[in-house]
Design a protein around this ligand. Structure first.
Ligand code: SAM
Length: 325
């Protein structure tokens, strides 16, 4: 297992670099600070994540700016609160922007749709019909007057839809559903958006407003234990579609495989949008990625595209996947 110092160093060098100078600087400094690492190591391994520490400090009002001494001193002085927040909270970043990469897949399914999102967080990816979309800087289309406009750059023959999917029903499952009506939950979601990403923060707030007007049905539970029941609860006449993004990485390999087996046996459309390596049987059907942070978008285990982790890009490669040659 990777030790905590290496975890923070990798986070700084591969995830934060180019996206958040503040997080890159702080994570790199934590990686070289044995005293702070010893505190973090009081937590179980799954709770030592850089995003969780940085989000918790911001949530508690600590100084998450580009200055390590003040950040460190504050954590040491408030360690019991920081530790408890890291224990209680999870990295549940909810990114409505991912709907921009899900949309072309949703648009090819028989309508109306009954959307079932596993690992839904606050459910913001359950509203693809309530957002507007702009691909490659072109004209925006989608829900008239929506305050959420999702920008996405594409390459390849993306089958861009000319209309929105019709959603008859939406429901989600999460180990810890977040409530868009709860100010503490919304503040936590805001603290998970990296400091320099103002556009993502504005998007989050606008998407929360949409979800508040029509709150999603969110079930508390483990996706493997709950998905079958939720698919069975979809209304007659609608196509049940199970979707997930940035979720299966949190499960051990055998639970990911169990979920994939359940999806194959359920036989309803299954859209996955996950980091590379999370579903190796899917990744194997694609040529190696140019950027190792790109997710793989697949329908029923068949890869369609590589996607930007927040839905900012869509690289269509459906016809280059090995099973279609
Ligand atoms: C990074 S968030 C992604 C949220 C959302 N899918 C999105 O793309 O914006 C991952 C979510 O998966 C949930 N999760 C992780 N393991 C789970 C499990 N075994 N069953 C249900 N939800 C789970 C977490 O609680 C968290 O809310």
């Amino acid at each position: 297992m990777v030790d905590t110092a290496e975890r923070y160093r990798r986070f700084a060098g591969t995830e934060a670099r180019g996206h958040s100078p503040t997080y890159e600087l702080l994570a790199e400094a934590v990686a070289g600070d044995p005293g702070l690492l010893a505190l973090i190591d009081e937590l179980p391994p799954a709770k030592r994540q850089p995003n969780l520490l940085l989000g918790a400090v911001r949530f508690l009002g600590g100084p998450v700016v580009g200055e390590y001494p003040a950040f460190r001193e504050w954590i040491v002085g408030h360690w019991p609160e920081v530790r408890d927040t890291m224990r209680e909270r999870r990295t549940q970043t909810n990114e409505s922007g991912r709907c921009a990469v899900l949309l072309p897949v949703l648009a090819r399914l028989d309508r109306p749709l009954a959307l079932i999102e596993v690992g839904a967080s606050a459910g913001l990816c359950l509203y693809p019909d309530r957002y507007r979309y702009r691909y490659d800087g072109g004209a925006a289309f989608g829900a008239a007057d929506s305050p959420v406009v999702l920008e996405c750059g594409t390459t390849g023959a993306v089958p861009l839809p000319d209309r929105l999917p019709e959603v008859a029903w939406r429901a989600g499952i999460d180990l810890n559903p977040l409530d868009v009506a709860d100010p503490g939950d919304v503040r936590w979601l805001e603290c998970l958006v990296w400091p320099e990403q103002r556009q993502r923060l504005d998007r989050l707030r606008a998407a929360v407003g949409i979800a508040r007007a029509e709150p999603p049905t969110l079930v508390r539970g483990d996706l493997n234990e709950t998905v079958r029941e939720l698919v069975g609860a979809a209304p007659a006449g609608a196509t049940p579609v199970v979707l997930h993004s940035a979720v299966l990485a949190y499960l051990p390999t055998e639970e990911r495989e169990a979920f994939a087996a359940t999806m194959r046996s359920l036989g309803c459309p299954w859209i996955s949008n996950e980091a590379p390596g999370v579903l190796p049987a899917v990744d194997r059907l694609l040529p190696p990625a140019s950027d190792r942070l790109l997710f793989t978008l697949a329908l029923n285990g068949r890869p369609l595209a590589r996607t930007g982790p927040h839905g900012q890009s869509l690289e269509w490669c459906e016809h280059t996947s090995a099973d279609t040659t």
